[in-house]
Design a protein around this ligand. Sequence first.
Ligand code: VGL
Ligand code: ZN
Length: 201
Amino acid sequence: MTKALIVIDVQMDFCPGGALAVPGGDQVVAPINAMMAQYDAVLMTQDWHPGDHSSFASQHRDAAEYDMIEMPYGPQVLWPDHCVIDSAGAQFHPDLHLRGDLILRKGYRREIDSYSAFFENDQTTTTGLHGYLRDRGITELTLVGLATDFCVAYSALDAARLGYDATVDLTACRAIDLDGSLDVALTNMQKAGVHLLGGQG
Ligand code: VGL
Ligand code: ZN
């Protein structure tokens, strides 16, 4: 059994003071650093959007931040501008150990958002991560990072659907919790057979 730690979006814009700050987002850094040595591989995702990304409320007339709109590929939350390519907010938290085997960037196409590390939000366009993990014989995944109810949950649900033994360690995750989205995400992950460790810190 080869196991990987997948560290989701531990970036400055998701930490306190950032453009899309997740409450307590910076508190995941220390536990994640401490976990790394227990894994055969450590992978990191980096939310990485062009400045005119279609998930930004600023790109839509008559729309406000956190509105839900219908995109050609399905419903999409409109976010504050965040994780713009090469900006300070897109950088990893400076204390995060970059003992990464792979950094996977996602959300870099203007037309489509990508919460999951495996598929963009149309749920069919692949990021290539499944092939990478298969090639390396990695079958067991632990997911941690930001945010529990968006990029962590979407990644974990796809991992379970693809047949990985998937665990989310909630002690090293923090949530945005938009209109009950955390409860929905936890329920969906439980139903999909994702193992949930620890409580929400
Ligand atoms: C995320 C909203 C927009 C996340 C990324 O990392 O959970 N959430 N982009
Ligand atoms: Zn994003």
